[in-house]
Design a protein around this ligand. Sequence first.
Ligand SMILES: *[C@@H]1O[C@H](CO)[C@@H](O)[C@H](O)[C@H]1NC(C)=O
Ligand SMILES: *[C@@H]1O[C@H](CO)[C@@H](O)[C@H](O)[C@H]1NC(C)=O
Ligand SMILES: [Fe+2]
Length: 592
Amino acid sequence: MKPVHLLAASIATVAAVPIQPLDKRLVFYTVSNPLLQVVRSVDIAAKCLLFSYGPGTGGGPPSPAGVQGLAHVEIDKAITNAEIAAQAVIDFSDRTVANADTAKLNGLQTLDDYTKLYEGNWGSTSAPTGVSPGLLTNYTQDLSFSMQRLSTNPYAVRRLAPGEILPFIVDDLIVESLAGKDLATLLSEGRLFYADHSGLKDFETEESANYAGGCDAYFYISPANGQFLPLAIRTNYQSNLIYTPADTSDDWMLAKIMFNADDLFMAQFYHFSGSHFVSEAIFQAAVRTLSEEHPVLAILRRLMYGAFGIRPLAANVLFPVGGIIDRHFGYSGRAAEAYSTYLYESGISGAVQNNYFKTNLKRRGLIDFVGGPALTHFPFYEDALPLWNATHTFMTALVNTYYANDAAIVADNEILAWMNEANGPAEAVDFPTKATMNSRAMLIDLLTHVAHLVSTAHHVVNTNALITAGAVLPLNPGALFKPIPTAKGATTIADYLPPVDKCIAYIFNTGLFARPLIAGTDRTIVHMFDDPVMLVRMKPAISTANNVFKVTMEARSAVVKNRGFDSNGLSQGMPFVWKTLDPDVAPWSLTV
Ligand SMILES: *[C@@H]1O[C@H](CO)[C@@H](O)[C@H](O)[C@H]1NC(C)=O
Ligand SMILES: *[C@@H]1O[C@H](CO)[C@@H](O)[C@H](O)[C@H]1NC(C)=O
Ligand SMILES: [Fe+2]
């Protein structure tokens, strides 16, 4: 039974809500205030008894426990499993076609043979936007490889600050012949970038079936034409070879593929910890501190639709001995779990405020850098910014509608309790504190970030991104299938790539993460806030904000959908057409 004054408030505001007749169950969302707090506190305390913390599933911070917590996980598992079951029908059918059509592969003797894996298959069904045009034709170009750092996995690369100690040395004659300047000059001019996967090996506690190096690499902004290009790749394995574009094309291609295998692994567990662990910790703390009548919890419930479904699956099918990670990556499933926990606890992926969209990119020198040239093209930023911006606009409307001023934030006991809970038992990292959550801007930024984590930040490397871009062969295998070379002079690069059956299993698995059935439906980012059941309980300004968001996202989708090659054969400065962040294709929550 709801308190009488709430019902009175409902009657007073209902005139503003045209669609739904007054229903005695319809309670309008309200932020906390002293009058309501006694009743709400009783409800919240009761909820805490039933929704508690258990061990983190698949590593990381706590997962839900208690009768309600476990029930929530079960509901989400059903959502995740239903989506996978529907996708499996499509994916199995693609696999049947692939298995019946292996003659055309020519025994996968050359890298070009690998591109035939996708010919007339997978692309039109399992992959909602098709395999990125150009990725199968232009994969040998250095620009394809380097621009992947700024698109298909935007999480690894950073600019080296002028004056920083160089991680490794490359022969100056070679560097000058490639870049026109030596390494020290590239560094001092703020043109030198670095991606480091050398730490991955530390997480390996057992012999993997497949191989991986643990590569680190330099990239640079070319003084000649402003392009972002690869400069050198170091294997960090035994004789510790350093490859550059001055090597034979076979050796250099092999080096790029070795780096990409590490990079794909890193991207996957960065996302697993950075999107899943982080948003789940924030959400669990909110469930335990915010009333079910709080508009902030309503938004979080919307964003976290189905979100608890994937960690149980990861623990059951990705990480165990002989599981998907063991089969397709160069590191074990146990290494993946330990690495995910490390990325979370160290704050690398786990920090909340320090990984706010622009804060993270600034820290890595990718935007707003003062000591060197700007990136001519930064496809991830270009595509993520409009989504972040529209989300921020929506959250501004939400927060400003419910809080008249900054003082109202500090007066909301539930919001402050959420800060304590997140920093306490929920084990969020670098979360705002009770002391710092003192303005509307702070809450707007925080809510915008949760929306970013469950949409853009997730789907850029997972969901549809795997089969359409980030895990497309031959440039992006999960591992090498022959030991890492200890001398240069490789000639048959295809020998390092997976055999036919492994390739088909690999593409099939990436296909299981794709969600072509969601494209164009009300499950895409366009509809992130478009929940009539939620909106009817919110103030009318929020419905208006939702309409603005939808129109903005639809317009953005048109831009991405119409994207193609320019007269130089480039798109966003890349030799492939990248459509991963089409808001009418990518989902608004993380059920995968
Ligand atoms: C950001 O949103 C504002 C409206 O709030 C709009 O005027 C501006 O053009 C947007 N910028 C981008 C890059 O989307
Ligand atoms: C990339 O491939 C497409 C065909 O898929 C081609 O039209 C385009 O010119 C290529 N771009 C470059 C830079 O070679
Ligand atoms: Fe995921």
